[in-house]
Structures are given as C-alpha cells and as structure tokens.
Design a protein around this ligand. Structure first.
Ligand code: GCW
Length: 670
C-alpha cells in the first residue's frame, strides 16, 4: 500500500525493456578510491534504487569492467585528472557541486561514468542517474547548480508545533534529540540531497532564545551530523534579543561591545559542536520580533554585528526584509512599500557575509503577487529569494496548487534593470511544508512543491512543466496515461486557486489569522493593514488598490519602464490589474465584459476548473494505487466545496458593496 513516505525516491520495479537499459549501465558498481561518508551514502542509494527497480543490486567491485557504473572524481581516478582528458575540461566547469553522467571508455572498458569534482557531486550524480533509471531514460547529463545557497527554512517551534505547518508535528523531535535519532532525519537528508538542497534552517524565524543554549546546540549538532554526508548544512534562526533575554547582557543593542562579545563567544561555542554550521537567519523588527531598531540602530547595524560573529568561521547571516511596522498603518499608507523603503537605502552597507532575504512579493505569499521591488534594486547586496512551500494562503495541504508555476513566474520576471529576478539572486530559501505526517507534506500533491522548489533552487531557469512531468513520473510511475494528465492537473492548479480566491490582482482576503477561506468583509482588526478591506478597497464606485502616482505610488519602486507600463490599467497585465489600480465596476475589460462581470467570470472559472481537476483525477482511478488515489480524491472534493465557498462569499460581499445586480440565474443568498 503506497503511503507516500518514499516521496519521489520510490524505486518501484521497472518494466522489462527499461530494466534491460538500466542493466546495461550497471552490471557492477565501482567507486574509484577510498570510501567516505558521502560516497557511502551514494552507494547505499544506488543499492536501494537498483534493488527496487531491478529486483537486485549489482555487485560492488574494485576493478573496472565492461558495463560498470563508475563513480569517480579527479582526485579518485588519475585518468580524470589528466589535463588532456576532455572530461577533465568539462568537469572544470562544474564547480564543487556539479556532476556529469556519461557513457565512455575507461581503462579499456565501456562504462557509465558518474563524475564530479567532489564527493557531494558524486552523490548528486548518483541521484540524477537513479532518476533517469526510474523514468527509463538513461540520458547523458551535465549539471551544476546556478545558485550557491539552496535552503529550506523550517518554521518549526521547539515544542514541535509548526507555524503555518499543515503536515503534522515538526519532524525535529527536540525532546528525544540528541540521543535518539529518527530514521526520518536520514530520509529527509536523502530527499533533499536528491534535489541538491544544501542547507536547512531548523527552527522558526519567530525564534526563541533557548535554541542558542547549550542543550539545543547539542541537539542541532546531532542533526548536523546526520545531514553532513548529504551535503546539507545546518543553520539556526536567531532571536535578536537572545543575550538580553538569557540575562547574559544588559542590552541587545548591536553596537554595545558586550553584545558583540556575547555573539562572538556564542558563535565560537556553536562552531565547536558544528564545525560547518551555516549561520543565522533573522527576522527582526517585524510582527513584534525584537531587532536593532529597538535601539535606534539600522537593519545593517544588526546584521553586521551578527555577521562579524560568524565571519571568522565562514558563516553567513540571512537577514529578512519582511518588515512592516504598525505605526502609521492607516489607509493612506501602503504596507507593500515598507520593505523597499527600509532596505533600499542600506544597499552597500551590509557586511560581505550578509544576504538580505526577500519574499517573492511585497505583501505576503499571496496566490499571486508581482515580484518584490527589491529584486534588481539592491545591486550591491547579495539577495536570497524566500518562497513559501507550505501553502499558508493557498488552501493549506487540502487544496491542490502546484507552486512550480508561481515560483517560475516570479523567477522569470524581468526587473528591467538588465536582469530577471532569478539573475539577481545568490540563493533561494523555501519555507518548508514538511512535517511528521507519513507522506511528509500533508498531501501527496504537496510533495511536488518541495520537489519544484529544490529543482528551481538548483536551476532557476528550469521550467515548471518539465519539473512537473519528472515529478509525476517519479511519484506515480512513468506511464504516460498517468503522467500526462497529472502534469496537466499540476499546471492548471495554481491559476485555478487564484481564480477562486483572488482573481485579477486581488490579495489578502483570507480569513483573519488562520488565512484559510474568504473574509473580504473584515475591517475591524487592531491594525488596519491586516484588514482585507485595506487591500481590496471595494466601495460603491469600484474596487482595487491604487498604487499609481495618484495612489500609494508603490509603482515608483519598480524600474521606470515597469512603472510607466503599469501606470495605465490598459497596459497593466490583467492578472495584476487590481493590485495596481482602483477601477470602476463598469471598467471595460479586454474581454468586452465589465470589470464586475469579469470578476464573476473568474470566480466561476475557478470553481469550474476545480471540478475539472476532480474529474481528471477520478479518470485516473484505474491507474493509481488505492490509498493515494483515495487520499487525493477526498481532498479534491473538499477543494471544490472550498472554491464554491470562496466564489459565493466574495460575490455576495462585493455585490453588497457595489449594489450591482447579480448575474442572471444567480440568487442573492436568503
Ligand atoms: O506569512 C506571515 C505569516 C507568519 C509568519 C510571517 C513571516 C513566521 O502569517 O506566520 O511568521 O509571515 O514570514 O515572518
């Protein structure tokens, strides 16, 4: 019975023809040179993969023979170090983490070579080869990551609750650690390494001082020991006021010498237990978290102080730009502008080992947002992209929404500063959707979002559809009668959610605090910038947030070409229309409909497409194992109800505001 635990590393038996192709490439397995923990992991994975797909794993031999699957680095195999070898030339372009898969002759034998410059590269190569085997492709490949930092961010609390987690408790069992190490940690490492993820922040950005005390450092070190062979570094979220709250300093002012000294010593202590500790992630002066501004210091002052503490150990600081202050948050302001206003002036003032981590959009992980104006605006500061893999605003793990298309849309956006968003990045972080549920992600399809994040962090130019096809084949088997419809479901799913939740650029209309379900009517929260009415601004005359020069002028934060194009509703992409403009209900849309009628049509399409998703899945019943089929099917039924609720609630509410007639055939609720 398939329960989803194996993720995309299922290694189920292949058909005979595929088995023969795989067999031809792996009559024996040869590791050049001595073993290391990382090559042990690679060989164990090959054994596991081949036992599953082929029925048994080939013998490991020391000598290269015909049909060998050979793992080698230049340091391990002199032939690869030979400057005359074209393979060496190719390897030289692949860096520390790249790999190549190649049919070649070695010592007079026909072999399949998995080659890299490092053992981590070999591990990545082994996973890539196994992926080819599982799909039955056996293609040659050559690949290196385009981004250096590819991290998961766990919003996991020390009591094992997970902020915005929809997949059960945190996988980190802090109570049991460091002595008791769940097998799940190793499987977590395998899954992440198979995608090339090379770092993980273990705890929530809403952090606690305890995480940096000796007992928790020991626990984190135990996790780091398990992840290390897989090329994954451990990072921690640091609470800015930690020394003060632990009563070990009298202030948390970043410019106070005692504070700097405390952090220096803390860093020394951490690195003693975790020599390759990655560094800190910090949420400061945002949503009630402490930060340097509590002492009238800047974000750069705060980040640079922490950066100085970890710099001698080659650590980094990822400083989040997700800041917005309650003060002055009245309707004339625009929360979307605040991060840019705070951070843009600091460009060039951050220490070399600081990265500023920016959410994909300027509000908060909405089903659709334009790219954050900080991308392209901080040329002197390395930036990290922060995506949310967990679906806080897209229906949790109940609704099906493939985020590959959302990620791709942001990454491919042209900043008009000579770079796409992807080209402005030094790294990518994904807020993890992983929990202790048997299937890790809360639903089978949500595994695709973890997968897509990892793949795009490795190569931000990869396409969401290629990733979807690969995931579908690895998850449900390479039968095209399954992979084609599953891929089509994935590719239409996010737009479907946009349509039934927030069409045409609407945003932040979700239920207060939990963020599930519609609540566009809410207007009484303690902070105006938390109210949905602040964002849609619907009234008798029209709807939308005017962010042009006669509105909040958030547009001015974008490159002039974009600002000019989006200043006019007629040249603003329809999908962002109400993000940037407040328009009359009878505004003429390109479809020929009024804005009101277009809005209704979008909501209807969202519902219709949800039903279509369900129908496509039920057609797959003969091809999918019972448990996974049923678990997905139940969620699609629920999603249809959710979509109907969104549509009906939003239409009823907007109609009550606009006073416009409902479309023919639609009755106002009694
Ligand atoms: O998306 C919002 C969430 C908060 C989260 C915050 C952030 C970790 O609703 O739960 O807190 O953003 O990103 O800091």
């Amino acid at each position: 019975d398939e329960d989803g635990y194996d993720l995309w590393l299922r290694y189920r038996p292949l058909e005979r023809a595929s088995q023969q192709r795989v067999q031809a490439q792996a009559r024996s397995i040869v590791l050049a040179g001595a073993s290391s923990p990382t090559t042990d992991a690679a060989l164990a994975e090959l054994d596991k993969g081949l036992s599953g797909t082929m029925g048994r794993a080939p013998a490991h031999t020391a000598r290269i023979g015909d049909g060998a699957l050979l793992l080698a680095t230049p340091a391990r195999l002199p032939a690869l170090a030979d400057t005359a070898s074209p393979l060496r030339t190719e390897l030289a372009t692949l860096g520390d983490e790249g790999y190549l898969l190649r049919q070649t002759r070695m010592q007079g034998h026909q072999v399949t070579l998995i080659a890299a410059n490092t053992d981590i590269g070999l591990l990545y190569g082994a996973f890539a080869w196994l992926r080819e085997a599982a799909i039955g492709n056996m293609r040659a490949a050559s690949s290196a990551p385009k981004l250096q930092l590819r991290l998961l961010n766990h919003w996991d609390n020390l009591d094992r609750t997970v902020e915005r987690g929809y997949a059960g408790q945190s996988i980190w069992d802090w109570w049991a650690l460091p002595d008791i190490k769940d097998q799940r940690y190793t499987d977590y490492a395998r899954a992440n390494a198979s995608l090339g993820i090379n770092g993980t922040v273990l705890n929530n950005v809403n952090s606690k001082p305890e995480i940096l005390t000796a007992p928790f450092i020991a626990k984190a070190a135990a996790v780091a020991d398990i992840l290390r062979p897989y090329g994954i570094k451990v990072y921690l979220s640091a609470r800015f006021s930690t020394p003060l709250e632990l009563h070990e300093t009298s202030t948390a002012d970043p410019l106070a010498p005692e504070v700097q000294q405390w952090w220096n010593k803390k860093a020394d202590e951490i690195y003693k237990s975790i020599p390759d500790f990655g560094g800190f992630l910090v949420k400061a002066n945002s949503e009630g978290q402490p930060g340097p501004q509590d002492y009238h210091r800047t974000h750069a002052d705060g980040a640079n102080m922490l950066a100085a503490a970890v710099a001698p150990h080659k650590g980094i600081v990822m400083w989040r730009a997700f800041v917005y202050a309650p003060k002055g948050a009245h309707l004339a302001d625009d929360r979307a502008k605040q991060a840019y206003e705070e951070f843009k002036p600091l460009d060039g003032t951050f220490a070399a080992n600081v990265l500023v981590q920016v959410k994909n959009g300027a509000i908060d992980f909405q089903p659709r947002e334009p790219f954050h104006p900080l991308f392209g605006a901080m040329p002197k500061t390395p930036l990290m992209m922060e995506f949310q893999i967990t679906k806080e605003y897209l229906g949790y793990s109940t609704d099906l929404a493939y985020l590959g298309t959302l990620f791709e849309e942001t990454l491919d956006s042209d900043t008009r500063t000579g770079k796409t968003v992807a080209q402005t990045l030094s790294g990518m972080a994904g807020v993890a959707n992983i929990g202790s549920d048997r299937n890790w992600a809360g639903s089978h399809f949500d595994q695709a979002n973890w997968y897509a994040f990892g793949k795009l962090a490795w190569n931000p130019q990869a396409t969401a559809s290629d990733i979807a096809i690969e995931w579908a084949a690895l998850t449900f088997g390479p039968d095209q009668r399954v992979t084609t419809p599953v891929t089509e479901m994935l590719m239409m799913s996010r737009e479907t959610v946009v349509n039934y939740m927030t069409p045409l650029g609407l945003h932040h209309m979700m239920g207060t605090s939990h963020h599930f379900g519609p609540a566009p009517w809410v207007d009484n929260l303690e902070r105006p910038d938390w109210n949905p009415v602040y964002y849609h601004r619907a009234d008798r005359n029209g709807i939308g947030f005017n962010r042009t020069a006669i509105g909040s002028n958030a547009l001015e934060q974008y490159a002039p070409e974009i600002a000019r194009q989006y200043a006019d509703p007629h040249t603003t992409p329809q999908q962002l229309l109400l993000w940037f403009h407040h328009l009359p209900w009878d505004y003429a849309m390109p479809s020929g409909r009024t804005l009101w009628a277009e809005l209704l049509a979008r909501y209807d399409k969202g519902v219709a497409d949800t039903k279509l998703l369900h129908a496509r899945w039920t057609a797959l019943k003969p091809f999918i194992d019972t448990r996974r089929y049923t678990e997905v099917e139940q969620r699609l039924v629920r999603q249809t109800q959710n979509a109907i609720l969104w549509r009906d609630a939003c239409i009823a509410y907007f109609q009550s505001v606009s006073g416009l007639p409902l479309p023919p055939g639609v009755q106002a609720p009694a």
